[in-house]
Write a protein that binds this ligand. Structure first.
Ligand SMILES: [Zn+2]
Length: 100
């Protein structure tokens, strides 16, 4: 009789998982002041600054270069369109460049 590798134990999907509740947008630093900062940034720099694949469309996201939502210094902010913002975060997560 040959020894077959035993299958890995199945995960019990009914077992309650410890889920850390995500902080609210306000708790993460996106408050009324952020809305004003964001609005000002998009007014100053209305086009996407990521420019992936030559993107030159209107920005509607504001990205924090250091990934700290509480650092709203002008040099930390980057206007972005939605697709480029998502592409950036997908790439940085995949490459583990995401230190912040
Ligand atoms: Zn873009």
């Amino acid at each position: 009789m040959s020894e077959l590798p035993r299958p890995a134990p199945r995960l019990n999907l009914h077992k309650p998982q410890s889920i850390k509740p995500r902080l609210t947008t306000k708790e993460r630093g996106y408050d009324h002041r952020w809305q004003k900062t964001r609005f000002r940034k998009l007014k100053e720099t209305p086009l996407c600054e990521f420019g992936f694949d030559g993107c030159q469309i209107g920005a509607n996201h504001v990205h924090h270069r250091d990934h700290n939502p509480k650092n709203n210094k002008p040099e930390n902010l980057l206007s972005s369109c939605g697709p480029c913002h998502m592409t950036y975060h997908r790439k940085s997560k995949a490459a583990r460049l995401d230190n912040g």
